[in-house]
Design a protein around this ligand. Structure first.
Ligand code: HXC
Length: 513
């Protein structure tokens, strides 16, 4: 027995060595941790249980049978984050550049199947040169097996991806099918075709970082939901993200213990500028409404005319969607509609109630927007809200104009409670635009057209630039004092806790993708 035990321990040591000291050092020199180091940091101490440590690839092409590394370039298993079960895989760049072989894919599929069957999140730490070139189609099949599982798991268990090294070619589609992507700055990149192919095909010269680095995807494409400065920050972000989520679609997010001491927030009575055309930062309002330091913004760099993120209100997890007047006056456009729509759908999939803060002058006009299908993308947001069955509360801070009023979680599309501040302006359009249309004749006939426009504007504003017409119709449930917003919302979310709303039976809807 002693000899057998020794053999087992030696084999374990061999697996733990990965691609060997030299390659591990190279990994460290690049500022990257190894797969096992990452898992150790990600999970609660001592909770990791590895599965498939001794798996070997089956390739014999290019004398690959003589190059075996136990585990085949991916460390898989399960463990805990804040005492809750998660499944994890981490690609080991020190073994064939973390490339994906058939067996490497089988290991990932095995933990994905376990995660689905046991209702717990899957976290993938990606660091890979892509398809194992020596394997050909076997590797491609392995990718497709993973994509298939990503899709089946979507909406069943949370799936988080960290990109901590290369992620190129078709390999990008597994993370893209998951719920959130965190990228590490400078050490990761994602693209379907790399700089060399881009140069050949389009003559563009671009670096890997500019083409698909963390900030490129955070700002331009919105593919990256969060950017971490290094591997350590990346795992901290993954842990934090999970804290807002339930284990699966059948559960509610965990509620943290919370003692109510600070429901009234006097600062909220003074945060809006005097002029309704002046910008302000809606994040200051979010911070005053939610539990202290609980707001965790997602996709902060992308389409910043809308703010999305998780927060807590009296310990309850919520998803926040807020127009941002500081950027493009908070209009809805193609990117902000897509960004918010996907977030709303995520929250609804996993029973995270929604708080929507409204200050929106409308949709962004222009050929660019129309030709890039603002009609379809705006419809995505509309569809996502209409279909969401989680508790949904809106608070209209200031403008709620035109179609954007309807889209931003209005009562008509199923919001449960709609509050407005006295500063709310709910109408078809702003006073100036409206007056120019409906008083066109009077204005053009006037000697002093500017004065006439001003006069008509104030008549229109008096009639519509307030929340009371909407409140009279019951489209707004209550006009509230801003400093009481937090108190009202805490009570309303508690009141809606057991909400049940069923959608009509169907195979699935046809969201305007
Ligand atoms: C097998 C690979 C590999 C791969 C890297 N390696 N990529 N082995 N298959 N795809 C090996 C290298 O041979 C090397 O082995 C080790 O990993 C580290 O690679 P280096 O090149 O030394 O590292 P670095 O300089 O950091 O460059 C990393 C890299 C580069 C940019 C990822 O290796 C690279 O360009 N690899 C090929 C990428 C690629 O074209 N993949 C296929 C994409 S198409 P040694 O023994 O020296 O340590 C694809 C299709 C998926 O993935 C389709 C899914 C539907």
């Amino acid at each position: 027995m002693q000899q057998k035990l020794k053999e087992l321990l030696e084999k374990r040591q061999e697996a733990i060595r990965g691609g060997g000291t030299e390659r591990v050092e190279k990994q460290h020199e690049k500022g990257k941790l190894t797969a096992r180091e990452r898992i150790d940091l990600l999970l609660d101490d001592g909770t990791f249980e590895e599965i498939g440590m001794f798996v070997e690839h089956r390739t014999i092409e290019f004398d690959m049978q003589d190059q075996q590394y136990l585990g085949d370039g991916v460390v898989t298993g399960y463990g805990n984050i804040e005492r809750r079960l998660v499944y994890v895989f981490a690609q080991d760049f020190t073994v064939f550049g973390g490339s994906l072989s058939e067996t490497h894919a089988e290991k990932i599929c095995k933990i994905m199947d376990l995660a689905m069957q046991n209702g717990a999140p899957v976290i993938g730490l990606n660091d890979s040169g892509g398809a194992r070139i020596q394997e050909g189609v076997n590797s491609l099949g392995g990718y497709a097996d993973i994509f298939y599982r990503n899709t089946l798991a979507s909406g069943v268990i949370p799936q988080l991806s960290a990109i901590m090294g290369p992620c190129a070619g078709g390999a990008v589609y597994s993370p893209a099918l998951t719920d959130f992507i965190v990228m590490t700055d400078h050490t990761s990149y994602m693209f379907v075709t790399g700089p060399n192919v881009v140069k050949t095909v389009t003559m563009e010269e671009v670096s890997s970082d500019d083409l698909g680095g963390a900030y490129t995807h955070a700002r331009k494409s919105g593919i990256s939901h969060l950017v971490a400065q290094n591997d350590k920050e990346c795992v901290v972000m993954l842990r934090k993200l999970l804290s807002y989520l339930p284990q699966n679609c059948e559960e509610l997010p965990q509620r943290l213990p919370y003692t109510l001491t600070d429901e009234l927030r006097p600062k909220l009575d003074h945060l809006l500028p005097d002029s309704s055309s002046q910008a302000y930062d809606v994040k200051l309002i979010i911070d005053e409404i939610v539990d202290a330091s609980s707001f965790f913004e997602i996709q902060a760099e992308h389409a910043d005319n809308i703010v999305i993120g998780f927060a807590r209100i009296a310990g309850r997890s919520i998803g926040v969607v807020a127009n941002q007047p500081n950027s493009l006056a908070g209009v809805l456009d193609v990117n902000s509609s897509k960004k918010a729509a996907r977030f709303v759908r995520f929250c609804d999939s996993f029973n995270v109630p929604l708080l929507v803060l409204v200050d929106v002058p409308g949709f962004l006009p222009g050929t660019d927007q129309e030709w890039n299908a603002i009609i379809a993308h705006g419809a995505k947001l509309l569809y996502a809200f209409c279909e969401a069955t989680v508790p949904r509360i809106s608070l209209i801070l200031r403008k709620a104009y035109g179609g954007a009023y309807d889209v931003m979680n209005s009562k008509h599309i199923g919001a449960d409670m709609n509050y407005a501040w006295p500063s709310a302006e709910i109408a078809v359009m702003g006073a100036k635009g409206a007056s120019e249309i409906i008083f066109k004749k009077e204005i053009s006939a006037a000697d002093d057209q500017a004065a006439m426009l001003k006069e008509k504007e104030s008549i229109y504003a008096e009639k519509f630039a307030h929340p009371y017409k909407a409140a009279a119709r019951g489209f707004v449930d209550e006009v509230i004092i801003p400093s009481q917003s937090r108190k009202k919302l805490i009570k309303a979310f508690a009141m809606l806790e057991n909400k049940v709303r069923k959608l009509p039976r169907k195979k699935h809807g046809n969201i305007p993708l």
